[in-house]
Write a protein that binds this ligand. Structure first.
Ligand code: ZN
Length: 271
């Protein structure tokens, strides 16, 4: 009998791990090359939030991430009369996904959809939710019919949380946030960073927890609200006639070395 084994091109051993480790919570390594000891699972629903696509089992995180989502959910319910939809967090012991993300490895990255669920979604809708984009990608413009002033409030609430280090949104969304905020209250905008892809969800990145001594933080974002020249530089420019041969040559990247503590975690799991 022929047995076909599904083996994705970039299979990750971390996806075979089904439970958090029983150690004290620790985020290890960097956001895009690390792992998570003593992770916690986010209850699939709570005040003001629901987890989508729970069948993918990516609802694990450092306890700081669980606490953050519960705080933001409660605020969304109280102040915005809605539920936030929680997408990918981390695998039970963090590490690399086989597809979709290079970060989310240390239990500190959280995708939150921009689709606001004023009525909680049903189980069927939660399993296969339909995203809501707020950007016309081709035209590099906000989709005004999909944008809601509560999106502004939601990003601001998240960015104002002490534990949040950065929030990634599509540059067009950042432009809208920059234009909507008053002159006197712009400090939170510094944490909101433009990045491609984030037009139907925002990606919240928490700071390294204080007692995670092997956690590698990212440098702080540049000073200022990031609304000027840097943001303008994201706007697509007309393509130059012919690229120079030298600049086309891709730099060879050396493979990342996994932190020793993560190799130990995998070894305990027999991977
Ligand atoms: Zn993300």
């Amino acid at each position: 009998m022929l047995i076909l084994v599904f083996s994705p091109a970039h299979a990750s051993p971390w996806e075979q791990v089904t439970q958090p480790s029983s150690q004290a919570p620790q985020s290890i390594g960097s956001y895009a090359n690390g792992c998570l000891a003593g992770g916690a699972s986010l209850p699939l629903s709570g005040d003001g939030y629901q987890v989508i696509r729970s069948q993918r089992a990516r609802y694990y995180g450092h306890p700081d991430a669980i606490g953050f989502i519960q705080r933001l959910g409660a605020l969304s319910q109280q102040q915005l009369s809605t539920h936030i939809l929680i997408g990918d967090m981390s695998l039970p012991q963090g590490g690399r996904f086989s597809s979709g993300h290079s970060s989310h490895q240390t239990g500190l990255d959280i995708d939150i959809w921009l689709k606001l669920a004023d009525e909680p979604l049903s189980q069927t809708q939660l399993a296969e939710p339909k995203p809501l984009s707020v950007v016309n990608i081709e035209q590099y413009q906000l989709l005004k019919n999909n944008w809601n002033p509560r999106h502004f409030e939601l990003v601001k609430l998240a960015a104002s949380d002490e534990q949040v280090a950065r929030i990634f949104v599509h540059p067009v969304i950042k432009e809208k946030l920059c234009a909507s905020e008053q002159a006197s209250d712009r400090a939170w905008l510094r944490k909101v960073r433009p990045w491609w892809g984030h037009h139907y969800h925002m990606h919240v990145r928490l700071k390294c927890p204080q007692d995670s001594r092997h956690c590698k933080p990212q440098a702080a974002p540049p000073q200022g609200d990031g609304c000027g020249a840097e943001l303008a530089s994201w706007k697509p420019q007309p393509k130059p006639a012919a690229p120079k041969a030298a600049s086309v040559k891709a730099k060879k990247k050396s493979p990342k070395v996994m932190p020793e503590q993560c190799r130990q975690l995998l070894a305990v799991n027999g991977r």
